[in-house]
Every structure is written in C-alpha cells, then in structure tokens.
Ligand binder design. Structure first.
Ligand code: NDP
Length: 510
C-alpha cells in the first residue's frame, strides 16, 4: 500500500494535526483543577484561517443559463471525406482522431436543479485541433425559441423565476411565448417527449444555426450539423420525468458517468446538411432564422464522422464547471453565418467566461488549446499562470514581427456579404414576411409525431398539465397559439386543461 500523503498548509508547510487550532493558553494555577487551559483562537493560525477563507470563496458564479451540467472527454474520428466542403485539418484524412470534451446541460434550471426537467439540453463539444480549439456549442433541438437576439434576456427571464415570488410562473412562461409566436416550433418540440430525454447518451445534437464552411479553394457552403446518438433517441414521458425529478434529481449525470465507468461508451454519428447561396435564396424561410430546420428531403444528411465519450472527468469542478465553450472559438475553415442570434452568442459566451472564470479562462487546462498559442498582446490579468510569454515583446514590434508566411487566410464574412444577408433575407425586428410560415414547419412536426403512436396525445397532455397553472386569459391565448398549427391541437389542449382545472375553480390561477 502506498504511503498516505503528508498533509501541509496551502503553502506546503507540514501540518501534524489537520484539526488542531492555535489557541492562547492560560495560567490556571489560581483556578480549580479542572479549569480549561486553552483560550481564544489566534490570528496567527494560517492553517485555520486559510482553510476557512478558501472555503468561503469555493463557489464561482453559476452560469445564468446551462448551469446544471455533466461532461466527459472522448475522441472524434473522421469516417467520410468532406474535404470538398471543409478544409479543416482535423477532417483531412479518414480515420484521423481528435481529442474532445463534451458538456451536456439543462438550460433554465439552477446548478442543483433536476436533470429530468422539461427543457432543451445544451450539447457542447470542444475539439482540441491542431489549428486551435473548435467549440461546437449545440443543443439537442434543431431549432430555438427566438431569432432576434434582443429577446434572449426577456425570454430566459420568463422561463426562470418570478422576480417577486421567486417561483416558476406559468403565466410568465406562456405569456412570453404567445406574444412571440415564432417560438411555436421549438415549443412543440419541447413539449413533445423529446423535452424530457431518458439519457444524455440517447439524444441527438444539432447546430441549429447555419454556419459557413470553406474548402481549400476558398469556396463556401452554408452548413447545418447533426450529431445522431447511436443508441437512438429515447425519452421519458411527462410523469416518468416528474417522478425522477423528485427521486433522483441527478439521474442524467449519474447515468452518463456510470455508463462510462462500466466501459459502455456512448457514440454519436456526425452529419452535415449543405446549402448553396442560390438554394438559400429560394427557400421560403431565411437560413439565418433559428426557428427553422432545413427539410431532410431537400437537404439530405451527409456523414463525416463519429465521436465517442470514453473518459470521465477526474474532477468535476476543474473540468466540467470550468469548461468554457463559445461558438467564437473556431478555426479558419468554419465560420459563423450572419444569423443574428449566433452573432450575439459569439460575444456573449466569452463575456460570460471572463465574468465567471476570469480573463485568463483559456489557461485553465480543460480550456487550453493543444495547438501552440502565440498572442503576445494578450498579457497579464488576474490568474496568469502560464509564464506570460516571459520577455517576449507585448506588442507587434520589429523584435517580434508578424510572420505572414505562417498565417492562414481567415475566411470570415466580408462586410458586403453580411450587409447583403441582412438586407435581402432578414429584418432585425423579426422576419416580417415569414410570420405565417412560422406555423408551417410545426405542422410538419405534428405529422412526424403522428408516426409514433401516442406522441401527438403526449404533446397535448404535456402542454395541458403545464398551462393548467396559468390564468384563464393566458390559457385562452395558448389554445389559440396551438390552434394556428392545427385547430385539433388547440382543442385537445383546451379539453384537457378544462378537465384539470374547471373554469369554476380559480384557486390555482390567482
Ligand atoms: P422528415 O420527415 O424528413 O424528418 C423528420 C425528422 O424528425 C426525422 O428525421 C427525425 O430527425 C425527427 N424526428 C423523428 N421523430 C421525432 C419526434 N418524435 N420528435 C421530433 N423529431 C422527430 O421531415 P423534415 O426534415 O421535413 O422535418 C419535419 C419536422 O421534423 C420538422 O419540422 C422538425 O420539427 C422535425 N425535425 C427536423 C429535423 C431536420 O433537421 N430537418 C431534425 C429534427 C426534427 P432526427 O433523426 O434528427 O431525430
């Protein structure tokens, strides 16, 4: 058996008794024999004070969204050649492997909230590539509630807690959605059983946003990415998920960790859909509209890789809590499109990391690129722990010139492209000319649900049990909102809500 470690202070000085505290002693010669000799604590007790002071600072701000998460390391492998679409070096050879780290999360719940809550799931993967870190910051839904970034704080507030009561609030929740009806597609997806996955291992990941991928010739295509679980998509129904939230709120975290410990490594197959600019111009929706999917029949999936999660984190805080993903952590051949929600995320994610982890968050091992980093103007700041590039000049100088030879062309949007994209197909206030189209793809989803017995009924039930807690006015607007997809959906929801909370009984709706 190996020797137990010798305990020390945080500064490495030996400690003989970890529970001992330094105390004043008294001369008790004038007191009864059993009078205590020990007195008050001493300020000089660094071991105690350091330990307490560090404990007081153990928590860092939790993420405002995606606070509850679980993650694992793994490996991505190229299975098919897509070099005609993308020049990324990690994709250049079939069989090539790249280390990855994936973090799954719920969106709205706090760090201690239940894993099985109805919510979209974050599905973020960091690829430690030879060209720098590539973060694919995805969800388990191919769409989202908004297409205007200015709505994000409003929307998230309504899905969290009422500012007065600190309670989840069905009126706020549904009031926002019925007033912002581009949300309907994602709401239908969320209130189908896919809103309560049975396992993080058994759900898909989707880029949702449109990206631009470049090949070696500098040609680009619009791209959407799909990760499909090789274990299939498996969901809980509403009641199973609700029961588990009480009995085992960390169910998904345990399920992922224990499967990997057992050697049952989950895998996903990776696909792209591609679209040319000409095709994009002909779609009845904007490719920058995050509430829309690209129909499979028009834009078939093309396989390019597979990834496996096969290594649990050694330390949750160091590797999962401190993991910092951003869609702006990308590589030259994979660029964002002009999707305004994506553009706002490019700013917001690193901004959050600077707030939560500090300006040097990229030096934390889980975030540290394996590619060599040379950015000598990025210096100093709290928690600089990497040597800070020593005596290298901290500006572009004649002593440290910019080597043009070594640079790769960054294929970002030209200002003209961004402008064209925004003026031709997109309006900042929403896609005004496509509001009626907002209900088309939800109709497609209703038909997809109809292919599996019970799925349409479950969607209506899942909405009804939630909206039953809202007031009558909000309920009526929810019935109308779903009736715009198909009147039968609104009718089914209305029928069940009225059974659950008859209109004579207003107690639940005050
Ligand atoms: P398709 O019939 O070609 O594709 C439907 C897709 O829906 C399937 O391939 C599957 O994608 C997904 N799906 C299957 N069962 C369910 C379910 N119970 N709940 C949610 N999604 C399910 O049609 P379209 O491509 O024209 O899409 C029709 C609708 O399907 C869309 O409006 C969208 O809501 C939904 N969908 C479409 C996706 C896309 O990227 N086109 C992706 C996911 C859903 P998967 O294997 O990815 O789960």
């Amino acid at each position: 058996m190996s020797q137990p470690p010798k305990w020390t202070t945080s500064q490495g000085a030996p400690v003989s008794d970890v529970f001992a505290t330094e105390r004043a002693t008294f001369d008790n010669s004038n007191h009864a024999n059993n009078a205590p000799k020990v007195g008050p604590l001493l300020l000089q007790d660094f071991q105690l004070i350091d330990s307490l002071a560090h404990f007081d600072r153990e928590r860092i701000p939790e993420r405002v969204v995606h606070a509850k998460g679980a993650g694992a390391f793994g490996e991505f492998e190229v299975t098919d050649d897509i070099t005609d679409v993308c020049a990324a070096k990690f994709l250049d050879t079939i069989g090539k492997k790249t280390r990855i780290f994936t973090r799954f999360s719920t969106v709205g719940g706090e760090k201690g909230s239940a894993d099985s809550a109805r919510d979209p799931r974050g599905f973020s993967t960091k690829f430690y590539t030879e060209e720098g870190n590539l973060d694919l910051v995805y969800n388990n839904t191919p769409i989202f509630f908004i297409r205007d970034p200015s709505k994000f704080p409003h929307f998230i507030h309504t899905q969290k807690r009422n500012p007065a009561t600190n309670l989840k609030d069905a009126n706020m929740f549904w009031d926002y959605l019925v007033n912002n009806q581009e949300s309907i597609h994602q709401v239908m997806y969320l209130f189908s059983d896919r809103g309560t996955p049975a396992s993080l291992r058994k759900m898909n990941g989707y880029s949702g946003h449109t990206y631009k991928w470049y090949n070696k010739k500098g040609e680009w295509l619009y791209v959407q990415v799909h990760f499909k679980s090789d274990l299939g998509v498996v969901n809980f129904n509403n009641e199973e998920a609700g029961k588990l939230a009480g009995e085992d709120p960390d169910y998904h975290t345990g399920d992922l960790f224990n499967a990997i410990e057992r050697g049952e490594y989950p895998t996903w197959t990776c696909y792209i859909q591609t679209m040319t600019q000409e095709q994009a111009a002909k779609q009845p929706f904007s490719v920058f509209d995050l509430t829309k999917v690209w129909p499979h029949k028009d834009f078939p999936l093309r396989r390019f890789g597979k990834f496996t999660l096969n290594e649990n984190p050694k330390n949750y805080f160091a590797e999962v809590e401190q993991a910092a993903f951003s869609p702006s952590h990308t590589i030259p051949s994979m660029q964002p499109s002009a999707d305004p929600v994506l553009q706002s995320r490019l700013f917001s994610y690193p901004d959050t990391h600077r707030h939560r982890l500090g300006v040097n968050y990229q030096q934390i091992p889980v975030n540290c690129p394996v590619a060599p980093v040379f950015a000598p103007q990025i210096r100093d700041g709290a928690m600089t722990v990497n040597g800070n590039l020593g005596s290298t000049p901290n500006y572009k100088s004649s002593f440290c010139p910019f080597s043009t030879e070594a640079q790769i062309q960054t294929n970002s949007n030209t200002p003209e492209e961004v402008l064209a994209a925004h003026t031709e197909k997109f309006h900042w206030g929403g896609i005004l000319d496509s509001k009626s189209y907002d209900f088309e793809q939800p109709r497609g989803l209703w038909k997809v649900l109809g292919k599996t017995p019970g799925q349409q009924r479950n969607l209506c039930h899942n909405v009804a049990v939630h909206v039953a807690a809202a007031n009558h006015e909000v309920q009526d607007r929810v019935f109308e909102y779903f009736s715009k997809v198909y009147p039968e959906i609104g009718d089914q929801i209305r029928k069940e809500v009225l059974q659950l909370s008859p209109r004579g009984d207003s107690a639940a709706r005050l």
